[in-house]
Design a protein around this ligand. Structure first.
Ligand code: PBG
Length: 328
């Protein structure tokens, strides 16, 4: 590269047309997955205090949301349940209920908007009285017993019509076990999106309010979720999950872990999704509500950052707002 003044980097930045012409990355509606919270409450919708603008949706509201997603061109919705605490138990058995909230939400979305993909979280935390993702015994989360439960939960979701099973529990060996079970049960087309590099993060705080597991969580999740200090371990996790049959992998949280998104997408060349989690959403909304940042602008900038890092798609609570902005 020749030096100044032959090279003036600002030349290309001087006009909108030239900025557009040389732009390296684009964000489109196709990149968005709408993270939604479904509730079995009698109320049609309920606000989530820590996530202004996000509501828990009853099934009627979920049908409306699905039609909205379809109209906006959002490819898929990722469903997270808030269930009546009375339905929770030690083992999270409600996760196996064929007539439970998640299977009903899947059918509701598929009825309302057949072309919208449905992604379901697989983990026991919305269903357990202790708020952990797995089977708890003597203050430890049992790996293999949990995998048995996750298989049952996955099959219930697949039967209800879920397109993408998304294990977010971080047990070892669960992707292969779930893949085998899906194949054996005739669900060879059901996709698996593995939360492969999922960190033990404080950024999930508002989510625990959203699904109602925060008040009950005993201890932390550090014996199964990853240490925020680690990178190489994320690559090992992803390699294992791909080997076991994951179709797509996820990095979570998102913005603070863009280095991981970049390493994973570059190393493996597989569809790498990132989750802009509840705390990331809440921080942007809180600053915007105070007038400290321009919320819409930061929303779009944060989503573009995921694309720049190599993400194939972004799970985000902003999806409908971002889609509206992108659709003009
Ligand atoms: C649970 C799960 C969590 C999230 C998605 N699935 C929380 C956790 O692991 O404690 C977080 C989502 C968010 O913060 O938006 N398996």
């Amino acid at each position: 590269m020749s030096a100044f003044p032959a090279t003036r980097m600002r030349r290309l930045r001087q006009a909108d047309w030239s900025r557009r012409l040389v732009r390296e990355n684009t964000l489109t509606v196709d990149d968005l997955v709408w993270a939604v919270v479904v509730s079995d409450s009698a109320d049609p919708t309920e606000p989530v205090a820590a996530m202004p603008g996000v509501e828990r949706l009853g099934l009627k509201a979920m049908a409306d949301a699905a039609r909205r997603a379809e109209a906006l061109g959002i490819p898929a919705m990722a469903v997270f349940p808030h269930i009546d605490p009375a339905r929770k138990d030690e083992e999270g058995k409600e996760a196996f209920n064929r007539d439970g909230l998640v299977p009903n939400a899947i059918r509701t979305i598929k009825d309302a908007a057949p072309n919208v993909g449905v992604i379901c979280d697989v983990a026991l935390d919305p269903f357990t009285t202790h708020g952990h993702d797995g089977v708890l015994k003597d203050r430890m989360i049992l790996n293999d017993e949990t995998v048995t439960s996750l298989i049952r939960q996955s099959l219930v979701q697949a039967e209800a019509g879920c397109d993408v099973i998304a294990p977010s529990d971080m047990m070892d060996g669960r992707i292969g076990a779930i893949r085998d079970a899906l194949e054996d049960s005739g669900f060879s087309n059901t996709m698996i999106l593995s939360y492969a590099a999922k960190y033990a993060s404080g950024f999930y705080g508002p989510y625990r309010e959203a699904i109602g597991s925060g008040a009950v969580l005993q201890g932390d999740k550090k014996t199964y979720q990853m240490d925020p200090a680690n990178t190489e371990e994320a690559l090992r996790e992803v390699a294992l999950d791909l080997d076991e049959g994951a179709d797509m992998v996820m990095v979570k949280p998102g913005l603070p872990y863009l280095d991981i998104v970049r390493r994973v997408s570059e190393t493996f060349g597989v569809p790498t999704l990132a989750f802009q989690v509840s705390g990331e959403y809440a921080m942007i909304e809180a600053a915007a509500a105070n007038g400290w940042i321009d919320g819409d602008r930061v929303m779009m900038e944060s989503l573009m950052a995921f694309k720049r890092a190599g993400a194939a798609g972004i799970l985000t609570y902003f999806a409908p707002r971002a889609a509206e902005a992108l659709n003009g």
